[in-house]
Design a binder for this molecule. Structure first.
Ligand SMILES: [Zn+2]
Length: 324
């Protein structure tokens, strides 16, 4: 079988498992089955923990002075911590969040034994207090077995909040944090590690899955137009990066800027398809029901994310009337 054929079957299986898990998780209020994160080495002493059904990934970097963690979901950070303990005897010194959504910024509690410094942006800090904490506390108080994982942990808020950019020299490496702006969330942060030729993208980059519409406590705040502009700016930096690490989906080692270009193409193509349907008089509900995903992205998983994002495209196109 050709590698492409095998990949296609693999994707179908992943897609089926994802839909089954989703259906099981939401249908009868049952406790969701435990997921098993997969450890992937992405460079020397740099690892990504990949979520099996397309929820958030997390990364960690091991240095002689300790460990830096990028993104922490309360539902899976215990597995990341266990992987760190299996990999090194160094303590977790820093945790950085790509943005303030629950699947990236709620799991710092799991690192409490090591007392790391939690770094985020000022906008992320505000969103954590104003939105995430509300949702986190609701889930914590809930008797719904789907939220049982929230019962013991506390939402840890950042120790240090920055605006714009921040450089951290730690363990012989340079960690360059850039607040890229409002695309997936109100404040999306990338982490560039020049010595490793890596950039961690958070949810600015999702691979083989439809992007998330940036929901927190039922507020949707993604901005598809800015997303294109921000991807343009990152591509234009022409950084010596081998791998851009996605917030959701599998990491494509060595694919470089082609991953960012594919993500950018996704937004432009999907926007144009939604525009055409709007021009033909289709309502948002009709678009969500009738939309045919263009061939290049037909293998992407996450139908619920697609539906939400079509709504986002529709409303943002309607609001502006045009796109530059
Ligand atoms: Zn996410």
């Amino acid at each position: 079988m050709s590698p492409n054929g095998a990949q296609a079957i693999c994707r179908k299986i992943i897609s089926f498992v994802a839909m089954t898990v989703f259906a099981m998780g939401v249908s009868r209020g049952a406790e969701p089955p435990p997921v098993q994160m997969t450890l992937r080495k992405i460079a020397d002493n740099v690892y990504m923990m990949q979520h099996p059904t397309g929820s958030s990934n997390a990364c960690f970097v091991v240095t002689p002075d300790g460990v830096l963690v990028f993104d922490a979901d309360v539902r899976t950070a215990d597995q990341v911590m266990a992987a760190i303990r299996r990999t090194t005897d160094k303590k977790v010194r820093y945790v950085i969040s790509s943005h303030a959504s629950g699947d990236h910024a709620t799991g710092v509690w799991h690192y409490r034994e090591d007392k790391p410094t939690f770094i985020a942006t000022r906008k992320q800090m505000r969103d954590l207090y104003m939105q995430e904490k509300v949702e986190f506390d609701e889930r914590k108080a809930s008797k719904d077995p789907r939220f049982s994982v929230y019962r013991i942990p506390e939402l840890v808020t950042p120790d240090i909040a920055f605006e714009g950019a921040m450089t951290l020299q730690f363990g012989g490496l340079t960690f360059q944090l850039t607040e890229e702006g409002n695309a997936h969330s109100t404040s999306d942060v990338t982490l560039y590690i020049p010595q490793k030729r890596l950039m961690m993208m958070g949810d600015l980059l999702d691979t083989e899955i439809h992007p998330g519409p940036g929901e927190s406590a039922q507020v949707f705040f993604s901005n598809a137009r800015n997303w294109i502009a921000i991807l343009d700016r990152i591509i234009e930096r022409r950084l010596p990066v081998d791998t851009y690490v996605p917030g959701h989906g599998p990491v494509h080692l060595g694919r470089g800027v082609a991953d960012l270009e594919e993500q950018r193409r996704y937004f432009v193509t999907m926007r144009d398809e939604v525009s055409k349907m709007m021009a033909a008089g289709r309502t948002v509900e009709q678009i969500q029901a009738e939309f045919r995903v263009p061939a290049e992205f037909a293998h992407y998983i996450g139908p619920a994310r697609l539906k939400a994002f079509l709504g986002l495209f529709y409303h943002q196109l309607a609001e502006r009337g045009y796109w530059p």
